[in-house]
Design a protein around this ligand. Structure first.
Ligand SMILES: Nc1ncnc2c1ncn2[C@@H]1O[C@H](COP(=O)(O)OP(=O)(O)OP(=O)(O)O)[C@@H](O)[C@H]1O
Ligand SMILES: [Mg+2]
Length: 1024
């Protein structure tokens, strides 16, 4: 539907200036103006005037932020062209160059690949593959730096550990182009310099590997296009001639690379008149994608370039979206927040954007409107979760009432700061009969029912793909049990497909049915349209029936399936393989660019989304929710600022001034973005804006700020009135949520809590001592490693490398160490007469999540085996002798300090006292023969000594004896201490610490150690 453009809008629509920057507030018609400008250039009369020489559709390019936004733009363009009677153009609207920045760059790279001497068919790497390649490059660059004796790196690794260094490296690599700039700036501190050097080497490796493979990932798509435009005059000139106008909507969220591309195409500042014209459109107050590399400072820089005579800046200052009360509310809350200086000195930074009042564009329609509504929550003792639960109740009630007043479900949206609590709100709405549709950024392709379709199509395309085949058999298409899959696997090596009918199993019929389904579908592959093939499979297999039985999830499931079928229909041209590849690419893109429009036009449902994804959209009624969510307080290992980088030092409590300064700066940038988020959230509503929850909040919460600005105080169930800018008054309505709305919370049957009386009767544990953070604490297992091989110790405990996995035969679950952990965990919890099964199950879930379930044959055997080991321990007379002593404690964690900030840590399996002193017992799982017993005990000696000395020092009582309990053979080895053994033991321990900290990488004196060593397997250590 067309509206009459304002004079300012017309200036943009009909403007003849080469480069335009439209800087305007929310709802001022920026996107509407973009469409009008496209129409005008195409020759459609706007505001009564027609362009003299129209531009062809092929010469117009528009970039929007997301795929749905691009689809929406195309849809509107088509609709308006049809209205204008230009059906010739309307049917070609789909072919217009309107898309995301990535689709734009993809086309450019493809087109000029040959000219660049590169492979003409560049394929886009999937997100998962990119991540793997990035990780690999980082690791290889790190190892190369260590081997080359790169100054600072070995030292860095030994102080920070491999995990931290890895994490910091990945964070730097994710900076992409910015990393090169940071490296160019130089001027970093020593640790950071070393790290940046490795990161740059890793980036070079990564780019080389991408090129070698004829692939490109999403980040490189942009930087390579920029590089192409910079270095290849032919490509740049060709594009400049071809693209008459380049339009970028939501320009406030571009990153520096994207701006550079636009600048190169337009040759802004060159004075040339034969380049691409730019129309950049945005609102710096809505820049909210810092986490994705957007930088509002880029906008400011562009604004300065344009204002400096290299372009024209056009403001639009009226708002056509929201009613007057909403605009008053925005000024009183988000507006004030934007205008509050973050720095105490009051000096504003580039990223602090001033608010500009939004004036009502159509006074006759917009000045009338209901008050903005605030939902307050009384003090509750259940913490923030209970506050949210009550808030959700209040929202659901209000949504139902609005619907009764004639507001359609699709005209309502709930906006959240993050996805974290969206499930709670969705459940509550559902309980009140409100239809919702929640599509998370990466949601669609991760949905169970969609993954089922993808796996089925993969199996249809290639039944010998065992992974796809078993996925298909297990899915609701066929639904065989895990035992059957196991029987298939045991019947011989893959591929399974040719001999599936010969497999002997209880579910033979079902299996044959599945085979027949797949045979029929495979025969039809690429002969009937993909959606017809899939629809047949869904019908024949009873998949629809399965979905219909799903309960409340079913509507969402059915809607998703329909959407997937439509998607398959749209890919009628290519083969099934092409469809699957394009799904993979789409899935990847969805991961990256998120989504916006949250439901199809035909679905009458309430939208649930994050504020980020709501950018550019509008609804009749908007609930701005979860105002009690504070900023995330996760502290990263590395801070990356505009010109500086700071690594966190794990060994000190107070970080360097350098770190603190950068952390402060980044915190301010985050606060500035939070103000902008508040602005985006409060400017999405046309008529109803409902804000919640207010009352009882912390200073970091938006709720607190809003409450203070509106002087909410104790006010409940009233209207509060404020003087209006330019005379008059405006009001908000406050509603108090009633805790009685909360659904009754029946106490769930569960564990009976131990009363305080019971606690008092327990003996005192050996109290762990707290140590300053980051102290170099050694563990008994470290001592064991050192005793066996100093080189391995150096890799693992000095450099902090994780030992590379070695190929093992047999099932991947139930590794010896995992089994040991499960046994120890159960032993810790077990009380006489308690249900062992439950404890084992809980421990498996915790320690060995990939183990097969209790219903499968393997799973049963595994549990049986674990149970036997545990029972053999708990029922063993020698074990009970210690466990039943008064004051016996199991699984006691301890920290034993031997010097300031230095010492040992570990866990004692069993510690008790008898008349002689302390008795310590350590349980060993894993098999050991009678003949081997002495040798094994000797092997564990360093651990015994650590435990003994620690228990002696911490409890202040002599250790009378130490026992190793070998669970699987049921044997115990006892060592009764003599009084004089302690001194030489302490000396040995001290000597070990010296060796540990000297970090000498001597090769082992025990050749058998090399047999199962992961460091040797990957060739990092030559072995002996
Ligand atoms: N001149 C006008 N007269 C009447 N209505 C208008 C006019 N211009 C735009 N509108 C309407 O105002 C609403 C907001 O427009 P639009 O979405 O283009 O704003 P925007 O500036 O892009 O907003 P945002 O900053 O949220 O992206 C739309 O419903 C649009 O149809
Ligand atoms: Mg817009």
């Amino acid at each position: 539907m067309s509206t009459t453009p304002t004079a300012h809008q017309l200036a943009v629509i009909e403007g003849t200036d080469r480069h335009l920057l439209v800087a305007a507030g929310a709802g001022s018609g920026k996107t509407a103006t973009v469409i009008n400008r496209l129409l005008y250039l195409l020759g459609v009369p706007i505001g009564g005037r027609t362009i003299a020489t129209p531009v062809t559709l092929e010469r117009l390019a528009a970039i929007t932020f997301t795929i749905p936004a691009a689809a929406e733009l195309k849809r509107k363009l088509r609709e308006r062209l049809r209205e204008a009677g230009r059906t010739d153009l309307a049917w070609r609207a789909d072919t217009a160059r309107i898309g995301t920045i990535h689709s734009f760059c993809g086309e450019v790279l493809q087109e000029f690949a040959l000219h660049q001497d590169a492979s003409p068919s560049i394929s886009v790497l999937q997100e998962g593959d990119t991540r793997a390649l990035v990780g690999e490059s980082a690791r290889d660059a790190l190892v190369a730096a260590v081997e080359a004796g790169h100054p600072g790196i070995t030292d860095l690794l030994s102080r920070r550990g491999q995990k931290d260094v890895d994490e910091a490296l990945l964070q730097l690599l994710n900076q992409g182009d910015r990393l090169r700039q940071l490296a160019a700036v130089g001027n970093q501190h020593p640790d950071e310099t070393a790290l940046i050097a490795v990161a740059v080497a890793a980036l070079d490796l990564l780019e080389q590997r991408l090129r070698d493979g004829g692939t490109v990932d999403f980040d490189r798509m942009l930087t390579w296009t920029r590089d192409l435009l910079t270095s290849d005059d032919y490509a740049r000139r060709t594009l400049q001639r071809r693209i008459h106008t380049l339009i970028i909507d939501e320009f406030q969220d571009v990153d520096p690379v994207q701006w550079e591309m636009a600048r190169l195409l337009g040759e802004v500042g060159s004075g040339r008149t034969d380049t691409t014209r730019l129309l950049l459109v945005g609102d710096p107050k809505q820049s909210v994608y810092r986490f994705r590399g957007a930088d509002v400072a880029t906008w400011r820089a562009v604004e300065r370039i344009f204002a400096g005579g290299h372009g024209t800046v056009v403001p639009l200052n009226e708002n056509f979206r929201s009613t007057a009360p909403i605009l008053d509310f925005v000024a009183a809350t988000a507006g004030r927040l934007l205008d509050t200086p973050l720095n105490e000195t009051g000096v504003r930074q580039d990223y602090e954007i001033n608010f500009a009042r939004l004036e009502v564009g159509q006074p006759e329609r917009q000045s009338e409107g209901p008050n903005v509504e605030l939902i307050a929550v009384p003090p509750l003792d259940g913490g923030v979760d209970q506050i949210r639960a009550l808030e959700a109740e209040a929202i659901a009630r209000r949504a139902v009432a609005l619907h009764a007043d004639g507001v359609g479900w699709r005209e309502m949206a709930l906006l959240f700061p993050t996805w974290s609590s969206s499930g709670l709100y969705q459940d509550t709405l559902r309980r009140h009969g409100v239809p919702t549709y929640l599509r998370r950024d990466e949601g669609f392709y991760e949905r169970r029912e969609i993954m089922d379709q993808i796996v089925a199509l993969q199996a249809v395309r290639d039944p010998t793909d065992d992974l796809a085949l078993t996925g298909f058999l297990r899915s609701p298409f066929v639904g065989v049990r895990d035992e059957t899959l196991l029987a298939i696997a045991l019947a011989g090596a893959g591929p399974y497909w040719p001999r599936l009918r010969q497999v002997e199993c209880a579910e033979r019929e079902l299996l044959h049915h599945g085979v027949a389904l797949l045979e029929r579908a495979s025969a039809l592959r690429d002969r009937v349209p993909h959606d017809v093939l899939l629809a047949g499979l869904l019908e024949e297999s009873g998949y629809w029936a399965h979905l219909a039985l799903l309960g409340p999830e079913r509507q969402q499931g059915i809607a998703n399936l329909r959407k997937f079928l439509a998607l398959a229909r749209d890919h009628a041209e290519g083969s099934l393989g092409d469809l699957l590849r394009s799904i993979a690419a789409e899935r990847d893109r969805e991961d990256r660019v998120g989504d916006a429009r949250l439901h199809g036009e035909e679905d009458d449902v309430v939208t649930l989304t994050t504020i980020h994804s709501a950018k550019g959209l509008q609804w009749e009624a908007v609930f701005w929710c979860d105002l009690v969510r504070g900023p995330s307080n996760k502290i990263p290992k590395i801070l990356v600022g505009r010109g500086q980088v700071a690594l966190k030092d794990p060994e000190v409590k107070t970080q360097s001034d350098h770190w603190e300064a950068l952390a402060g700066e980044l915190k301010n940038e985050e606060s500035a973005e939070r103000a902008r988020l508040a602005y985006v959230a409060s400017t999405r509503a046309k008529k109803y804006l409902i804000v919640s929850p207010l009352g009882g909040e912390k200073p970091v919460h938006m709720a607190k700020f809003v409450g203070e600005q509106l002087k909410l105080g104790e006010a409940t169930d009233v209207a509060l009135t404020y003087p209006k800018h330019g005379g008059g008054e405006w009001s908000v309505t406050v509603t108090m949520a009633d805790p009685a709305w909360l659904p009754a919370n029946d106490a769930a049957p569960g564990l009976v809590p131990i009363g305080s009386d019971a606690l008092d009767t327990l003996p005192q544990p050996l109290v762990p001592i707290s140590v300053p953070a980051g102290a170099p604490l050694h563990s008994a297992s470290e001592a064991l490693v050192l005793a066996r091989c100093e080189r391995k110790h150096w890799f693992r405990h000095v450099l902090g490398f994780i030992e590379p996995a070695q190929a093992r035969g047999g099932p991947s679950f139930g590794a010896a160490t995992t089994r040991g952990q499960i046994v120890h965990e159960v032993l810790e919890r077990h009380q006489v007469g308690q249900d062992l099964e439950l404890l084992i199950e809980a421990a498996i879930r915790e320690e060995d999540p990939t183990a097969p379930g209790p219903d499968s044959a393997d799973g049963k055997a595994y549990r049986q085996e674990l149970r036997q080991v545990i029972e053999s321990v708990t029922s063993d007379a020698a074990y009970r002798e210690v466990a039943d002593l008064p004051g016996a404690r199991r699984e006691l964690r301890f920290v034993y300090l031997t010097g300031p900030g230095e010492g040992w840590q570990g866990t004692l399996d069993l510690a008790a006292r008898n008349d002689q002193g302390q008795v310590l017992l350590d349980v060993k799982t894993g098999k050991v023969s009678e003949a081997d017993l002495e040798h094994r005990t000797e092997h564990y000696r360093p651990q015994q000594e650590v435990y003994t000395l620690a228990a002696r020092a911490i409890a202040g009582k002599r250790v009378a004896e130490f026992r190793f309990h070998f669970a699987e053979s049921g044997t115990q080895v006892r060592h009764v201490y003599m009084e004089d053994e302690l001194v030489p033991m302490a000396e040995r321990l001290a000597e070990q610490v010296v060796r540990m900290e000297s970090g000498a990488p001597e090769l082992t004196r025990h050749p058998e150690e090399c047999e199962r060593c992961g460091f040797k397997t990957v060739g990092w250590c030559p072995g002996v």
